[in-house]
Design a protein around this ligand. Structure first.
Ligand code: SF4
Length: 287
């Protein structure tokens, strides 16, 4: 097999992300972009690329890290996030479940079939709230091509068409307090993100979350990798099919504010407040 040329490979990664930023108009001049920085390879690459693009596209760049409280895992990610933010001269704001909700993910994980359920709800909540408080115009995440089609097919399998509005490289601002998300790695496969990190000697946090194995996403990931190994290009075809249809359901979303916390929500009580109530009841019963 022919060895990959590191310079050409890095150019391919940069050009693919740059095309997504330009083609889908992810960033307007003068905006402030906040990157959700976990310290994993995807978010580190996102920060790296946006830091290279900031002069050309004329925007301000900051980052936020969320410590969910996963012992033996998250601390190394936060360490990597601090190092990369500092190397790239980007201000990093750190938040944690413990500080915000008074529990860690480890404290509540047994109440759920998969740790990813509460993790996703509370992390999204805190990321958006923090990015909004920082004055962000856009919240950049490290979602790559694999993440996107896994999410798409998971929603498809559950007939959860409302979630289709959350796909695509750029989400609309559907509420003044909901910071629109952008995904510069939208067309970059996860495997290529890993190759980029290894090739460039980037010391990212490669460890796997101890809760990831129980998720539907992990099963979908295996399934798609299997398909891709049998028929190369399957993942990209799925993304392209989705790209042609994701405009359709966007108009149906009606966003209000949670009557408890005031954060944006399509329901009268947001998912985070609903889960906080259940967790509080669970803790009260344990006393
Ligand atoms: Fe959270 Fe699941 Fe990701 Fe672990 S794998 S960090 S529990 S979403």
């Amino acid at each position: 097999m022919k060895a990959l040329d590191p310079e050409r490979f890095t150019d391919y990664i940069e050009n693919t992300a740059r095309t997504v930023v330009e083609m889908y108009e992810l960033i307007e001049p003068g905006e402030m972009v906040v990157v959700g920085l976990s310290g994993g390879k995807d978010s580190i690459l996102t920060l790296n690329l946006l830091s290279k693009f900031r002069e050309d596209f004329n925007f301000e760049l900051k980052a936020v890290s969320i410590d969910e409280g996963i012992s033996g895992y998250r601390a190394d990610g936060i360490k990597a996030a601090r190092k990369f933010a500092s190397d790239m001269d980007v201000e990093l704001i750190e938040k944690s479940f413990k500080e915000e909700f008074d529990f860690t993910l480890d404290d509540i994980v047994n109440q759920y079939k998969s740790g990813c359920i509460p993790c996703g709800v509370f992390r999204r909540y805190l990321l958006n709230k923090t990015a909004f408080e920082m004055g962000a115009d856009k919240l950049a995440t490290g979602h790559n091509l694999d993440d996107e089609i896994q999410s798409f097919l998971m929603s498809f399998a559950r007939a959860d068409f409302r979630r289709f509005t959350k796909f695509g490289p750029k989400l609309d601002r559907i509420h003044p307090k909901l910071v629109p998300r952008i995904k510069p790695l939208w067309k970059i496969p996860e495997r290529d993100v890993g190759i980029w990190a290894v090739m460039n000697g980037v010391d990212v946090h490669f460890a796997e979350c101890p809760y990831s194995h129980s998720s539907l996403r992990a099963k979908m990931k295996n399934y798609l990798n299997n398909l891709e190994s049998r028929r190369q290009g399957t993942k990209l075809s799925i993304l392209q099919s989705f790209d042609k249809s994701f405009e359709f359901p966007k108009k149906r979303i009606k966003m209000g504010e949670c009557t408890r916390c005031g954060e944006p929500s399509s329901l009268s009580i947001c998912k985070a407040c609903e889960m906080l109530e259940q967790i509080k009841t669970y803790f009260d019963l344990q006393k």
